[in-house]
Design a protein. Structure first.
Length: 595
């Protein structure tokens, strides 16, 4: 015996037996809305029924209408509302007074493996596993019946008023709708819906039971004398170690995970979350929170997590909006899915949500009607977009959920600049109807001012580095001379146009859409025609920002629209098209790829 057991001696040993006679029929009833001192042992039970598969039980108990605590006027009024003035066998209250009450059950737990009923008799402990634990609560189904009676009376009155127009109502227009094929995700939502569960419960028939009150002859015999709660088959089980006995009484938690119900998708366990890789942790958090400052994200992750690695992960699943991170649209709406509200495909939803995010990068508040008129999506989807990243304000529309995080922008200027360039590329991908000409012009002018400021800053740095101030006459430049000319609105817009390849990431070409190599000798020595220059200028005046492959596509469409044999462009190579773009006051924007 270990030294620690000397102070805790064994007083008595009790044999434990497992009874299985009622293993599949024993339920524990709980009454959470009534104190234990006020039980229902002395109350008359009128009926009892059960649905075994669903473990659904209903009990009808009588109400003492002669009690001084009973209000007869209220009881008569309730019976009148439910059954009306008619006398029928199907009436809920046959005495024209609420004289009974129904108790309906709900499952307190779905896993009863650790619960049992115990009987201690003659030094033996007999255990019977519980099949279910049910909580009995008052049911108010009679109120539904009263409501249906009221609707029927209203419908009858309306039918009487419109009896004169019966001849005109004989011909009615019928609208035929064809249901879409149900996806797996939609089927799972339908199975878990309240309507489906109610329908499934209604399909199982009721099994009527006989209720025997406590301490009746049959109840006493089953519990103690004849006792189905006792085990009379003695099977001796020998254990080599106490741990085996404890493991049998208390199974490990791993068994409980098999029958544990699936929790809602928006409920996270931080302990389980931190077992995932860092990228999955960031994706899961952003998918559930949707908008989050970087500091809050670091606080939710485990202490000691490298912020550089988190920055690398979050840029894969979120975009920067006013210094805060907003989850990307394709994370919330994967491909081959559709809107649960309107059935709109995920690709269209992503474009609309990206437009809302882009607008929030420039404005604090948006008007829902204005956004819906531009992206042309159902109001339910637009409201869902706004609810994910904004809150409604009185007379101010929808305001962005969080204040601008200037600290993050100052601390990580490279990330902020990269996200700014990504938004510029995103503008090229959005549908033309999502961005109005005024918004494009505003964005183009802002980009032109930023580009001009960057060039001026670089020029000033070169001047200071190339020659001292005293070595050059006043008003002259010793190294570089730039001639500045006034630029009109249209020329300023063209100056900020992009010649980025379509389908590329961050402005770099992909295998599907190769960019034209400016150093390739193919087409060298050829000059562009005036007609080609006019086409380029007119195209960029109309679209402002274009990727290079989109220019080629528009040019091919223009060639196809010309009459047969009436081509004034001649043979146009990729080099000629690229040179014409660059000579038409257009600039190429290169965005570095994040690693």
């Amino acid at each position: 015996m270990a030294s620690g057991d000397e102070d805790d001696p064994i007083i008595q040993e009790i044999d434990v037996y497992l009874a299985k006679s009622l293993a599949d029929k024993l339920y524990l009833f709980q009454y959470p809305v009534r104190p234990a001192s006020m039980n229902y042992d002395d109350v008359t039970h009128l009926s009892a029924k059960i649905k075994p598969k669903q473990q659904k039980v209903e009990l009808e108990v009588a109400i003492d209408t002669m009690s001084p605590n009973y209000c007869r006027s209220k009881g008569e009024q309730i019976a009148l509302n439910v059954d009306g003035t008619s006398i029928e066998e199907s009436n809920t209250f046959s005495t024209k007074m609420m004289d009974k009450q129904t108790f309906s059950s709900i499952q307190a737990t779905t896993n009863t493996n650790r619960y049992a009923a115990a009987v201690f008799h003659k030094g033996e402990l007999h255990l019977t596993p519980l099949h279910g634990i049910l909580q009995m609560r008052p049911g108010f189904s009679y109120l539904d019946k009263a409501d249906s009676k009221h609707r029927e009376r209203e419908a009858a009155n309306e039918a009487g008023d419109s009896s004169q127009d019966e001849a005109e109502d004989d011909i009615k227009q019928i609208t035929v709708r064809f249901a879409r094929p149900e996806s797996e995700q939609a089927r799972q939502r339908r199975i878990q819906s309240y309507e489906f569960l109610q329908k499934k419960q209604a399909e199982e028939p009721w099994v009527h039971l006989h209720y025997h009150i406590n301490y009746s002859f049959l109840s006493s015999w089953l519990s103690f004398k004849g006792s189905l709660l006792f085990s009379y088959v003695v099977d001796c089980i020998h254990f080599n170690f106490p741990r085996e006995y404890l493991a049998m009484l208390m199974p490990p938690l791993a068994e409980e995970k098999i029958v544990k119900p699936v929790g809602p998708s928006n409920v996270l366990s931080m302990a389980q979350l931190r077992t995932l890789p860092l990228g999955d942790q960031v994706k899961t958090l952003m998918k559930n929170v949707k908008v989050m400052p970087f500091a809050n994200l670091m606080g939710l992750l485990a202490s000691g997590t490298d912020s550089t690695a988190v920055l690398r992960c979050i840029q894969q699943v979120a975009l920067l909006v006013q210094g805060n991170w907003v989850v990307k649209s394709d994370v919330l709406y994967p491909k081959s899915t559709c809107s649960p509200h309107s059935g709109v495909p995920a690709e269209v939803l992503c474009r609309g949500r990206d437009f809302v995010m882009w607008r929030f990068t420039h404005e604090r508040s948006l008007m829902r009607k204005e956004v819906a008129a531009i992206i042309k999506l159902p109001p339910e989807d637009v409201k869902e977009f706004l609810e994910q990243m904004a809150v409604p304000r009185a007379n101010r529309g929808w305001e962005f959920l969080l204040s601008t995080d200037h600290d993050f922008v100052k601390k990580h200027p490279d990330v902020a600049q990269r996200q700014h360039m990504l938004w510029m590329v995103q503008i090229c991908v959005l549908e033309p109807q999502c961005i109005s000409g005024e918004q494009r012009l505003k964005a183009a002018r802002e980009n032109a001012r930023e580009h001009h400021a960057s060039l001026q800053k670089d020029l000033d740095a070169r001047r200071l580095k190339a020659s001292p101030v005293s070595s050059a006459p006043s008003g002259t430049d010793a190294t570089v001379r730039i001639k500045e000319e006034p630029v009109s609105d249209s020329e300023e817009t063209m100056d900020t146009s992009s010649a980025l390849p379509n389908g590329s990431l961050n402005g770099y070409p992909s295998a599907e859409s190769p960019i034209m190599d400016p150093y390739n000798d193919h087409g060298a020595g050829q000059t562009s025609t005036p007609e080609l220059q006019d086409f380029i200028r007119n195209t960029f005046r109309k679209h402002f920002v274009l990727c290079l492959s989109e220019v080629k596509r528009l040019f091919n469409l223009h060639l196809a629209s010309l009459p047969t044999g009436h081509c004034v462009f001649g043979h146009v190579t990729d080099r000629m098209l690229q040179d014409t773009i660059l000579h038409s006051h257009c600039k190429q924007i290169l965005v570095p790829v994040s690693t």
